[in-house]
Ligand binder design. Structure first.
Ligand code: AMP
Length: 192
């Protein structure tokens, strides 16, 4: 199985690149953000809890997210592999992902970190907000999400670097340029 974590700040292009990766490699897309937005739209209990955090630009608590993740893995073990988009976002989530995969005889192939500077991220997210209608793509929430990313999520880079899984991908080019870098990185990992 090819199990990819697509990593990066909000607005770094994780969703866009995930779509291309799915087409190219036939992986199961695990987007915790999409899943939570669906729950909010449906007005479920989980959706109500998630909305409370998402609208403030904060993370949904680890215990909730880990349960969701474990369930998603369990249900999709017949797939060619996973692309984890927006998970993990904290060290406990990273550890939970490693453990759950290991229990099923699986492992993360690579963590692709899309590198985009904060100024470009803010610019992209504000533009996305004008068309996406996402409640969290507004000025205040964007600042909070970037702060949360640097404080709670970015330390995962060191965690994965120690496991020799981290690959830096320059994320400021065009969609195709970024995808080319990703394909090269995956080819290196799977052929070399
Ligand atoms: P995303 O679409 O991945 O940017 O996620 C949107 C929002 O959903 C985030 O800002 C968080 O509030 C919440 N969220 C998504 N994935 C996670 C996660 N793995 N852990 C905690 N909160 C999450």
């Amino acid at each position: 199985m090819l199990n990819i974590v697509i990593f990066g700040a909000p607005g770094s292009g994780k969703g866009t690149q995930s779509e291309l990766l799915i087409k190219r490699y036939g992986l199961k897309h695990v987007s915790t953000g999409d899943l939570l937005r669906f729950e909010i739209k449906e007005g479920t209990e989980l959706g109500k809890i998630a909305d409370h955090y998402i609208s403030k630009g904060q993370l949904v608590p680890d215990d909730i997210m880990i349960e969701i993740l474990e369930d998603l893995i369990k249900k999709n073990l017949d797939k060619k592999g996973f692309i984890f988009d927006g998970f993990p976002r904290t060290l406990p989530q990273g550890e939970a992902l490693n453990n759950k995969l290991k229990k099923n005889g699986l492992d993360i192939t690579a963590v692709l970190s899309l590198e985009v500077n904060d100024e470009a991220l803010i610019d992209r997210l504000l533009k996305r907000g004008q068309i996406s209608g996402r409640s969290d793509d507004n000025d205040d929430t964007i600042k909070s999400r970037l702060h949360v990313y640097h404080q709670q999520t970015e330390p995962l880079k060191e965690y994965y670097a120690k496991q020799n899984k981290l690959v830096y991908i320059p994320g400021e080019g065009t969609i195709d340029e970024v995808f080319n870098s990703i394909e090269k990185a995956i080819n290196n990992l799977t052929n070399g």
